[in-house]
Ligand binder design. Sequence first.
Ligand SMILES: C[S@@+](CC[C@H](N)C(=O)[O-])C[C@H]1O[C@@H](n2cnc3c(N)ncnc32)[C@H](O)[C@@H]1O
Length: 274
Amino acid sequence: MAVIKALPRTLGSAIISPSQDEVNSAVYNSPGVYRCYLSKHLTPSEIACLLKYQPYIAGKDILDIGVGAGRTTRYLAPLTRRYEAVDYSPVMVDYMKEAMPEIAVQQADFRELAAFDDGSFDFVFASDNVIDALGHQDRLRALKEARRVLRAGGILAFSSHNIRYKKAFWGPHLDWCSNPVRFAANCVNFLLSWPNHLRVAPLRKITPEYALLNDRGHRYACLHYYAARSTVHSQLAGAGLRLIEAIDADGRVAPETEDDSENPSLLYVAERTH
Ligand SMILES: C[S@@+](CC[C@H](N)C(=O)[O-])C[C@H]1O[C@@H](n2cnc3c(N)ncnc32)[C@H](O)[C@@H]1O
């Protein structure tokens, strides 16, 4: 995928991590990027979450943040009283407007949901690691924005990369596959990943609380936030949200004590308590 260099952006008085923001928004603003998100399927963790929290969705008001090409829209919108979708990428928003003209979609940033009043939604969804495109301060700000637009008792469900995943710190690697066509595709991906990895890897950052890592997404062209579950738990608490549970890649509620090294990411479900 071609990566276009974006200009650093500012949002109000917020300090945005310019390098990470620049890298990721260049990917999400690249022409045709929506084609990477045309899947029509939900993941097992999303299915488990949406079934369990259906009372917060059916006949309720929903905000879908980082909607991409509307993979989740086709399932959520028909169930709700009000379905709103936002994405910070004009490429994604333009695609949505053309592909699903009946859907209320607008260009807005997770960090600043000023288009929505306090306490407007029963369920806020940010699936497929939308929040991980943000740096540390921006992430905390996004969590506060999610709380602000939720009603008391409302639910935030979002997925986020797991720093304990056994391959979290790996660079590009070649996956063996006995199917020759798939193996050839793996070889192409492997080769195309290296230039991106070499360009983005110097921006990697490891702190005691989190890491910014480039990974398989968009062939190593993005820089994503990785955290442990305990860290996400305290970040949510700091934003005024109570972590209810984390759902693993198989759609199981993952007990806090369990080894989660097999999970690239977890789907967190949190409640605005008051
Ligand atoms: C990995 S894609 C996921 C798309 C969709 N949620 C899905 O599950 O198919 C991440 C999406 O989040 C959007 N995004 C990233 N950072 C964002 C931000 N700060 N505010 C709003 N959208 C953002 C990107 O433009 C992209 O469409």
